[in-house]
Design a protein. Sequence first.
Length: 290
Amino acid sequence: MAVTLQECLELQLLEVEMLLSMFPKKGEIHLDEDAVPRVQRYLRNAGGALPPQLEYSIAIDVGEAKVKVELQVLLPHMYPHVAPQLFARSSALHREQQLQLNTCLASHMSSLDSGELCVYEAVQWVKENSLPYLENSKISSESASKEVVVKETLHRMWIYSHHIYRQELRKKIFDCAKKLNLTGFCLTGKPGVICVEGLRENCDEFWRAIRYPNWKHISCKHVENVETEGSVDNLRLFRVFEDLQFQAHGDYGLRNDYHMDLGQFLEFLKQHQSGHVFQILFGVEGKLSD
C-alpha cells in the first residue's frame, strides 16, 4: 500500500517530539519555532500549500572532553521513505576529517532499512564514531604547529635622483608601483626621491623597470630588510604609493631651479619613522627649524 505524504509528515513530527524529549537542554536542538506549527497546520488542512521541509540541528557531546559535533538534518517531505540529508560538522575538525566523517556516516545510513525513522540512529552513530576523526584532527594541528614557520621579508628601497620632472617618467613610476603592489612615495622635483616597499622580488623588478633603458642620474642609496613570520603588509611604513610634492623654492619657470623644500621632506620622513634616511640620501644630518 502506497504511503501518503500526510503519513510521512506525521511520522516526522513524532520523531521530532521524541528527539526534543531526549535533548531537553537549551541549545541541544536548534529548530525554528514555527517549523512544527507549519506542518501541523498543513495536516489540519491538507489542501493548503506544502510547508517547508523540516530542518534542525542537534548538538552532540563526543568523548570525555565533550567536544561538540553538530548534526544538521534536512527532511524531505516523504521522509522516512526518502533518505534524510545529514551533515556532521565541528569547529574541532579540519575539512579533510569532516569530509571523511560524513562519508562514513552516509555509508552507514545507506545500510539501514528504508522506510524507518533514522535520525536518532544517526545521532548515536556520530556520538560513537566521531572520536577517531577528532583525534586525527588534533594530531594534524599539532603536526602543523611543529612545521617550520615560513618567514617573509619586507624589502624597502630608497632611490635618489638628481631630479624627477617628466610626466611620462612619473606615470611609469606610479604604474609600475601599483602593478607590483608596492607602497611608498615619489618626491617630484629637484632632487627626486623614490621609496618603494614590498616583497623583494617586486622591488627588484621595479628597480629594473624604471632604470631601463638608461636613467643616468639615479642610484639606490639605501636598502632595508625586515623579516616577519606574518604578512609583510604589517611592516609597511606607507599605506599607499603617493605623489609627494612640497612647496618649491626658486623660479617656477626654470625647470632646473625647481628645488623642493627639504625641511618639509625631513618632517615627512620622521612622521614615517624614517628620519635616519635623510642623511643617507643627502649626506647631511637633517634638522627641523624651531
